[in-house]
Design a protein around this ligand. Structure first.
Ligand SMILES: NC(=O)C1=CN([C@@H]2O[C@H](COP(=O)(O)OP(=O)(O)OC[C@H]3O[C@@H](n4cnc5c(N)ncnc54)[C@H](O)[C@@H]3O)[C@@H](O)[C@H]2O)C=CC1
Ligand SMILES: NCC(=O)COP(=O)(O)O
Length: 330
């Protein structure tokens, strides 16, 4: 394939059908008008009544249809969908759609995977879903041990080193091995997908004030500083451990390209505060591209027509940009 050939379309999984996913897919298709060709995998009866869509038999057909309507690869769901009221009987189909979309990316029929939000507890209760979210399921499907969750908006990129675990489990899960692997995966994919040959990586301390010289915790002294010094000697551009409370104001953000944080909320609170509607969730370390809006299923507004498609649109655009950058580097 040459650099000027069109990319294959992006596969968008429907996510939880009782959430805002179906409505957002239609809004994104209308606003993007084919500039970022994608197709939606789901049951068309879950789309809003006035939705402009056309069923396709294969992903390639999406390229011609995307400028005028949402291309839909049909996937049946067993139970009726009521907005805001998830049905456990649909949980297995939600999982099957993610699996199907991933398979299409793995065969090259789709250039990237974009996932609409799932409800993790619904999948666990309805289908015994054994993963905390998409991230770990996609690692399983991609055959890799370790992946990295990154959230990105125009002003900030953050990585939670530990992800969906209880706060009390963080100190044990946040290990030198995990931090080192996260640094290596983040640096490699920042180069591969965004062209940062040696990204500036800031690392948050685990404790308040990054431990304040051991007065408020010793992980920083015990192993974070030695690890950071060792990797700096290998050429990584690292800063830290930084005080988590003072590393996200605008002047501090200018000093790094990505911030690694010890746990979920240390990373996601700043980015969702700075840009709730434009943030994108990206999985690094996979053998394929995956992005997602950074919000959830929003049951409280599902079916009301008021959901904001900005984050999904940003996720689709980012997937396209990543695919183009990766292709150029080949
Ligand atoms: N990638 C994924 O699959 C994600 C899934 N989730 C899951 O979603 C479920 C619900 O999570 P919550 O914490 O309630 O977060 P949420 O993001 O679904 O909702 C939080 C608030 O933001 C609003 N909101 C969310 N998206 C919006 C949009 N596009 N336009 C306008 N307002 C919007 C909602 O109405 C609600 O008031 C959970 O099961 C969570 O695990 C959460 C984040 C990402
Ligand atoms: N808080 C981020 C989130 O829940 C997304 O998780 P995932 O489904 O992308 O693993």
């Amino acid at each position: 394939m040459s650099q000027t050939d069109p990319l294959a379309p992006i596969a968008l999984s429907c996510g939880e059908p009782a959430g805002v996913g179906p409505e957002l897919a239609v809004k994104a298709a209308k606003l993007l008008a084919g500039t970022v060709p994608f197709f939606w995998i789901g049951d068309p009866c879950h789309l809003p009544k006035d939705a402009l869509f056309e069923e396709i038999a294969s992903p390639a057909e999406a390229l011609g249809i995307a400028p005028g309507a949402l291309p839909v690869l049909h996937h049946d769901f067993p139970a009726e969908v009521r907005p805001g009221k998830p049905d456990l009987d649909n949980a297995q189909s939600v999982i099957d759609v993610i699996r199907r979309a991933t398979a299409l990316v793995q065969t090259g029929e789709a250039s990237a995977l974009c996932t609409a939000p799932i409800h993790k507890k619904v999948l666990k209760d309805g289908a015994g879903y054994a993963f905390p979210g998409h991230t770990e399921f996609l690692a399983h499907l991609g055959g890799v041990e370790r992946v990295v969750m990154m959230l990105a908006c125009t002003e900030l990129r953050v990585v939670p080193v530990t992800i969906h675990i209880a706060l009390r489990d963080v100190p044990e899960a946040f290990t030198p091995e995990l931090l080192e692997e996260t640094i290596r995966i983040t640096a490699a994919d920042m180069d591969r997908y965004w062209g940062y040959a040696n990204p500036r990586i800031a690392i948050a301390g685990l404790n308040p004030h990054a431990g304040e010289g051991g007065a408020m915790g010793t992980e920083e002294i015990d192993w974070m500083i030695p690890l950071i010094d060792r990797l700096k000697a290998q050429g990584f551009d690292l800063t830290g451990p930084m005080s988590p409370d003072t590393m996200f104001h605008s002047r501090a953000r200018a000093g790094y390209d990505v911030a690694l944080c010890a746990y979920h909320d240390q990373a996601l609170i700043p980015i969702k505060t700075i840009d709730f509607s434009g943030g994108v969730n990206v999985t690094l370390g996979l053998p394929f591209i995956r992005t997602s809006p950074d919000h959830g299923t929003a049951f409280d507004i599902a079916g009301k027509g008021v959901a904001d498609p900005s984050s999904l649109i940003a996720a689709l655009k980012m997937a396209q940009d990543m695919a183009l950058t990766a292709r150029k580097a080949r």
